[in-house]
Design a binder for this molecule. Sequence first.
Ligand code: AMP
Ligand code: GLY
Length: 422
Amino acid sequence: MKVLVVGNGGREHAIIKTLLKSDKIDKIYALSGNGGIASDATIVNIDVKDVIKVASWAKENAIDFAVVAPDDPLVLGAVDLLEEKGIPCFGPNKKAAIIEGSKIFSKNLMKKYNIPTAKYETFSNMESALKYLDTQEMPIVIKADGLALGKGVIIAETLDSAKEAVRSMMQDKVFGASGSNIVIEEFLTGPEVSVLSFTDGKTLIPMVSSMDHKRALDNDKGLNTGGMGTVAPNPYYTEEIAKECMETIFIPTMEAMNKEGRTFKGCLYFGLMLTPKGPKVIEYNCRFGDPETQVVLPLLKTDLFEIFKAVAEERLSSTNVEFYDKSACCVIMASKGYPEKYDKGFEIKFNGDKENIFVAGAKLDNGKLLTNGGRVLGVTAIADDLKTAIEKAYKKVETVWFDNAFYRKDIGQRALKANGEK
Ligand code: AMP
Ligand code: GLY
């Protein structure tokens, strides 16, 4: 079996390392991967957004199965093009990927099918949006409709900053066409939980829950980032809440997509907030989360490739999906200055084993691995309990070295507190 994994970050490295455990796979290609992924897969230098080229390459190279991981190629229809060429895929087609590709679509879907989410209005006209803000309480949340590299959400504390956010999206187009239409929604409070799930449109199996740490600095201070660390499972996500989410959110979403003629097959990601009025959807993603995947997949007991094939062949109901009853912690090592300005090109050295180290931003240069991004790599450790997993992850961080390395020191502390530990 020749498998193609489309994507180039830590999430893709985690998917590839997990697939390597399957004895059904002979060879993995990473398109376009990165310098760190190059030790585990053959690199194909094609831009993930050039979906026509991606599909042609896969056909020419007799790929047996493709996994499309990032949002952009999914929303651009990479899966449709690959399937047209007869290549089975894990990942939603273009019609289903809209659940992440358009926030207006997903909000309207939730309203139509009574799936709990923040109250909202959508706008394509700036003056109406500004007028609406005058009638609302602060803080308020403003979201660009389309993909915006995870940056299209602004939480405004004051009316002035809310108006500024609307102008920056709709007039100054800071997120390009993604901000031509916007959602303005109610500010919710409560712990956040990420739940990734496998679904083939008939069955939905949630994976172990996780908790992201989005702010750049300790104690959840600093700017929003793509994620500075994760833990799994998320202690706020009790069995009772899981049951409620399954009944009021997960299954209704799968069925809603079927009713809309947009059957979703792949990994459906639920970004949830456990509000005083119950769990509500903050966002859907049409793919594995990053860096959630880096704690979820190391806890997976079942062969990931078997699950991917079962989803593609719509026989998930007869597939057993099991996770280890353990905890995982992932600490992201970034370059100083991220998410703003940072330098690249520092050599990365490993003084320990590379098990569960997932490289996100690095390139090979004359045999040396150099930093090549803001988030450089994720270091994951697993243990029977969360406290030990955190300790192990930080010990392992000390075995990785590069100039200007920067990481949060408190990944998992919020989860420990929720557990009543310190
Ligand atoms: P998103 O890009 O949709 O994941 O949003 C980024 C972050 O903004 C989320 O992880 C939340 O922390 C926050 N957020 C989004 N929507 C809301 C909301 N309605 N109320 C409060 N916080 C929100
Ligand atoms: N960690 C959030 C995301 O992948 O969008």
